[in-house]
Write a protein that binds this ligand. Structure first.
Ligand code: APR
Ligand code: PHB
Length: 393
């Protein structure tokens, strides 16, 4: 016999979307239960990106989980774009008055989990076979197995924050969902190393050998990426070869400032653009990677999850506190308006900076002309900057 419980919002997934939503709801006295299929160590151990828009940093502050972010986060007022040994600095502060904060998604997740477990409410770790029922009814339910027992959770609403491969989106009838996808014919080989970064700002480099990115987690920990084949064989990439390739692609200035060392994490990630519409079906609301994926070139993944949670939390709070359902009705439309702009920006950065065609092709000349225009136009630089620091909610 399944044990039965009740909550206001059933949240599937303890990633940044689910955790931040739960936190903002708790601050307004709204209950939730988070069902997570993995354990805490796994969720806190995942290496992910780490550039926060000002809006995301403010939302984390509003959620009362920004103390460490403010202490350890690195405020970046610009990025560098390198192509054919030409360095172009995009000065966010001058062009938009704003900046971004470099602070690992892993750290954001740890801060949110710590706040949750400090009394906000339960996280059911290792929740197996989570299934969603009656989302087109008045009282959706979630069933799952935990500690060898069946459980039933009765909810007012379900928030599907379970990522791209989660169960939420799949529980929406196919005929009610439209999806759009672009899978890129390359991946990113990423390394993490306990060495100081080669530059105090991120460097995005276009090179005839392929894209590369110099990023960081702290003044002593660096994160680098190089464009590679989707099915690249990691064993063919010993650290020394990666450092040599980074020096080639990032250029002599970065190479001169580069400290090399053993990698503490090394992996290949595919690149994909994906959007599912609508982001709501009945009483099920999708947020984050459950509804959309961006290639990492625009650093938008985590920020879009926060953006969805901005809209969804306000809509649920208005429903519970003021009995107003109109924001819930508009949730999908509001969230998607910002999602599509971030999808466009991430696709644009990806197609401008990655090796897609032979260097002698017309397309490659278009990339170089795009970069030349960028270097010569304050308007173009402002467009890039305002998208990178985050468009208004
Ligand atoms: N049942 C329960 N939990 C699930 C299920 C399921 N069937 N499927 C997935 N999950 C959990 C995953 O284990 C993961 O912890 O849902 C969580 C989803 O978290 P994320 O993938 O981090 O997604 P999201 O919170 O939307 O954050 C988006 O993560 O992948 C990055 O680039 C992305 O930065 C973006 C951010
Ligand atoms: C990262 O630090 O991992 C990172 C930064 C910027 C990106 C992608 C990844 O665009």
């Amino acid at each position: 016999m399944a044990s039965q419980a009740q909550t206001q919002v059933g949240i599937i997934g303890a990633g940044p979307a689910g955790l931040l939503l739960a936190r903002l709801l708790r601050m307004h006295g709204i209950d939730s239960v988070i069902l997570e299929q993995r354990d805490r160590a796994y969720v806190e151990g995942r290496v992910r990106a780490g550039v926060l828009e000002q809006g995301t940093a403010s939302l984390l502050e509003e959620a009362g989980v920004a103390a460490r972010l403010k202490r350890e986060g690195l405020v970046h007022e610009g990025i560098e774009i390198v192509a054919r040994d030409r360095h172009l600095r995009i000065d966010f502060r001058d062009l938009t008055g704003k900046a971004v904060v470099v602070y690992g998604q892993t750290e954001v997740t740890k801060d949110l989990i710590a706040a949750r477990l400090a009394g906000d409410g339960p996280i059911v770790w290792n929740a197996a076979d989570v299934a969603v029922h009656d989302i087109d009814g008045e009282q959706p339910t979630l069933t799952y197995r935990s500690d060898g027992r069946d459980h039933l959770l009765v909810c007012d609403f379900v928030a599907g924050c379970d990522g791209f491969h989660g169960v939420s989106r799949q529980s929406i009838p196919a005929q009610a969902l439209q999806s759009f996808e672009r899978v890129y014919p390359f991946g990113w080989l990423g390394i993490l190393a306990e060495v100081p970064p080669c530059s105090h700002e991120l460097i995005y480099a276009r090179h005839e050998r392929g894209f590369s990115l110099a990023s960081m987690r702290s003044p002593t920990r660096s994160r680098y990426y190089i464009q590679c084949a989707v099915d690249e064989d990691l064993s063919a990439w010993p650290d020394a070869r990666i450092w040599d390739e980074l020096k080639l692609r990032l250029g002599p200035a970065a190479a001169a400032g580069m400290t090399t060392g053993p990698s503490i994490e090394k992996s290949v990630a595919p690149l994909r653009s994906f959007v599912a519409m609508p982001m709501r079906f009945g009483r099920l609301f999708l947020a984050g990677d459950a509804a959309h994926i961006v290639p990492p070139t625009g650093a938008k993944g985590l920020n879009l999850a926060a953006s969805d949670v901005h809209y969804l939390s306000r809509a649920l709070i208005a429903f519970y506190k003021k009995g107003q359902a109109d924001a819930l009705e508009r949730y999908s439309e509001s969230a998607l308006a910002r999602v599509w702009k971030a999808e466009r920006f991430s696709w644009w950065m990806t197609t401008m900076l990655h090796k897609l065609h032979d260097e002698s092709s017309f397309e490659a000349q278009m990339q170089l002309a795009e970069l030349d225009y960028l270097a010569s136009s304050r308007a173009a630089q402002t467009a890039l900057a305002e998208n990178y620091v985050g468009l208004p909610y």
